[in-house]
Structure formats: structure tokens, C-alpha cells
Design a binder for this molecule. Structure first.
Ligand SMILES: [Zn+2]
Length: 404
């Protein structure tokens, strides 16, 4: 068995190797990681301390691959969420199969190289038949299987469900997806939401909502979602994304709804990048409010709390590279997160929500991220710290995963 020095990490074959003296996220001390046949064969305490920092692979549970890499086509910088939606819908005229495949494929490729193994993408869906993006992304999901597991969630304005909800739910079920809706201050909210839940129960579908993505204290979609989840006993099946309005509502009201959400097994995805960019945006004025959902309070109340990339390089958010570790870096600053306590929010918590695990265990696949850093704070402090992505016991090279 060879001991791998930090300077000679290439050529990790099936013969067996040992990554010596690594610190492991979530565990005290330093460890020797023995790898053979693409699996971790042993984890043992190490006297060495120079093996860098090893993290599990990442799970990005909230992205928008259909919209991605369109920022350069936008006529203006978005001044609000609804301005971004308008520009995005105009751009959708250009979304033919080749355009979608090129942009979404680039997103998957970037995510894979940065160390993401699991992803869920929302897909805009307004009619009775699936949009081209749903079909193209399903094809890409098949092509990427074994490297990056991609789930799709439909994204439909709540008010369209009466007309097309049944057709969408049936198609989502037939193609293994998740049912989703966009909810913001809708009229007749309870009845319309009950219809979405009826469809989810009828077709045995998981739910994933865009809810209350704004700073109006009257935005209370999450209250209705929690009430339906409680009433129907759908613990672990209902995920709420954004929840920006929770950041400005009365704190005791928020504490109450979070307690009920925790009890009902509702999950929360926080999207700090896009929300910090779009919320409270006005030209020539510094934002005071950042739309960050109360993630500490939510986790304390028992919710599974996750952090996602959300939009990347589009009308909603012109930055990003599907680098979830970089999104985690932003989240630690915006949310005052203790990094070691929150790494799960970009790895094991969303992985479990997707019915999987990325935990590093003896006997498990030798799939992980290794950073040339002493610990997580060191890694977050130095964006240029060398990062290797290990898959099946060897380091990905620059050319692997490349789309043709
Ligand atoms: Zn989103």
C-alpha cells in the first residue's frame, strides 16, 4: 500500500493507497483514509496532520438548469424578482433543444467538477404538456447517471393549477419528478394549495415550493403549506424554498409557524445568493434587507434546513458557477453560520431529503472533496486553496465530465 503525499496525489488506482493525516469534516482529529477498488476500506486515527481537509460530496437541492447561463442575453439588470421573471419569460423564446442542452449541460459539468454529486433542478412549466426543458433535462439526467444524480421538479404558478395541474402531476409522476408551485400572495390561497396537495397525494409525489420570495409581511404561503402538511401527515415530503418574507414578519408569529413546520416535518431550502441579490434591490440605493430566511431559528425548531445555489448566471442572479462550496461560503457570512455546524446543509441534509447519503464511511465509495486546508474555516478563508474532487478512489482530471 502506498502512502499518498500531498504533492503526488495523481494515479490513484485499484492497487490501494492511503491518504494520510487528513482532517475530516465533522470528526475530531486526523485520519488515514485507506482506499482500494474505488472504496474507502479503512479510516484510522493518524499521527500526521498534513493531509488536508476532506469533505463529503455536495448536494445542490435547488437549481434552475433551464434558465442558466442566459445572463449575457438579458437587456438589463433585474430590479426585482418580478422584473427578472419578465425578462426570463421573454428569453424563453430562445430555448430550443440545442440551446437548453448546451446551457444545462455546462451547468452539470461545472457542478460535477466542483464536487456536487446530487442535484435537483426546477423547470418552468406553464402548459398541459411538458416544456422542452423537461425533456432535454431528463435526457441529460440519464446521461449523467453514475456521475451526478439529477432530479427534476416542475415549477408552475399556483394559479395555473386549476387548468393544467392534473396534466402536469400525471406527467411528473410518469417521468419520476417532483411536483412544484410558485406561491406569492395568491388569492384563494388555501383552496388552490389544497388542490396541489390533492394531486401530490393522488399521484404519490413529493412537493417542492417556491414560497414567499419577497419582503411583504402579507406573504403567508408557508403558513398554508404547513397547515396542509400537518393535516395530511406528509412529514418529510414537503419542501419550502426561499421564505424571504419570514425575515420581516413578526418574530413571535414566525416562531409559531416554524414550530409547527418542524413538528409537521416540513423542510426549508435557503437561497442566500439570489435572495441577497434581488431582495430590496433599487438602483443607486444600498440594500437594507437581504431576504434571508431565519435559518438558525428554523433548524432549532426541528426543520431540515438546506442551502442551495438557486439561479446561476441568469436574469435572477448573474453570478455563480454551480460551486456549492462557494455558495456555502457566502451563506456563512450572510447567515452568521458556524461552518462546522452547517456543512450538512449543503451535503447530508439535502442528500437525505433526496433519499440518499453522501456520508464518508468505511466500505463506502471513495467519493469526496479534498482541500489543501487545515480546517473548514481555513478552507472558507482561502478561495484559492487547492480543491480535488475524488470519485471512485481517484482524482478527477480537468477533462473528465466535459460535454462534447
Ligand atoms: Zn428557485
Amino acid at each position: 500500500m502506498r502512502t499518498i503525499e500531498t504533492t503526488s496525489l495523481a494515479d490513484a488506482g485499484a492497487a490501494g493507497l492511503r491518504l494520510a493525516g487528513a482532517s475530516l469534516a465533522g470528526r475530531e482529529g486526523h485520519w488515514d483514509i485507506a482506499i482500494s477498488g474505488g472504496r474507502i476500506t479503512a479510516l484510522a486515527p493518524s499521527a500526521r496532520r498534513d493531509g488536508g481537509l476532506v469533505l463529503p460530496l455536495l448536494a445542490d437541492i435547488h437549481t434552475h438548469l433551464d434558465k442558466t447561463f442566459t445572463a449575457s442575453r438579458m437587456p438589463a439588470r433585474a430590479t426585482s424578482l418580478f422584473h427578472a421573471i419578465e425578462m426570463m419569460q421573454a428569453d424563453a423564446a430562445l430555448w430550443d433543444d440545442a440551446d437548453l442542452r448546451r446551457r444545462a449541460g455546462r451547468g452539470l459539468d461545472r457542478a460535477y467538477r466542483h464536487g456536487t454529486a446530487l442535484m435537483r433542478s426546477h423547470v418552468d412549466w406553464y402548459g398541459a404538456t411538458p416544456p422542452a426543458a423537461w425533456t432535454v433535462l431528463r435526457g441529460l439526467a440519464d446521461e449523467w447517471q453514475g456521475r451526478l444524480h439529477l432530479e427534476l421538479a416542475s415549477l408552475t404558478p399556483l394559479d395555473l393549477f386549476a387548468e393544467v395541474g392534473e396534466a402536469i402531476a400525471g406527467e411528473v409522476k410518469a417521468t419520476g419528478g417532483v411536483l412544484g408551485a410558485f406561491i406569492y400572495r395568491n388569492n384563494d390561497l388555501e383552496a388552490r394549495l389544497a388542490h396541489v396537495f390533492d394531486l401530490a397525494e393522488k399521484h404519490d409525489l413529493l412537493l417542492d415550493f417556491h414560497v414567499d420570495e419577497g419582503l411583504d409581511i402579507e406573504a403567508r404561503g408557508i403558513d398554508a403549506i404547513v397547515a396542509e402538511t400537518e393535516r395530511r401527515g406528509l412529514s418529510g415530503r414537503v419542501l419550502c424554498g426561499h421564505g424571504c418574507a419570514l425575515s420581516v414578519r413578526d418574530p413571535s408569529e414566525v416562531a409559531d409557524i416554524l414550530a409547527r413546520a418542524g413538528g409537521a416535518g416540513v423542510g426549508l431550502t435557503v437561497l442566500p445568493g439570489c435572495n441577497a441579490y434581488l431582495q430590496d434591490a433599487r438602483a443607486g440605493r444600498t440594500p437594507r434587507l437581504r431576504g434571508l430566511a431565519p435559518l438558525h431559528e428554523a433548524r432549532d425548531a426541528g426543520l431540515a434546513v438546506m442551502i442551495g445555489s438557486d439561479n446561476v448566471r441568469d436574469a435572477f442572479f448573474p453570478f455563480g458557477d454551480y460551486d456549492l462550496f462557494d455558495a456555502f461560503r457566502s451563506a456563512t457570512l450572510l447567515g452568521h453560520l458556524q461552518p462546522e455546524d452547517w456543512l450538512d446543509a449543503v451535503s447530508e441534509t439535502p442528500a437525505r431529503w433526496m433519499g440518499r447519503s453522501l456520508a464518508l464511511v468505511e466500505g463506502g465509495p471513495a467519493d469526496f472533496i479534498r482541500l489543501d486546508a487545515e480546517d473548514l474555516t481555513d478552507a472558507l478563508s482561502r478561495p484559492r486553496a487547492d480543491r480535488q474532487v475524488w470519485r471512485g478512489g481517484r482524482i478527477l482530471t480537468d477533462h473528465e465530465g466535459e460535454q462534447t
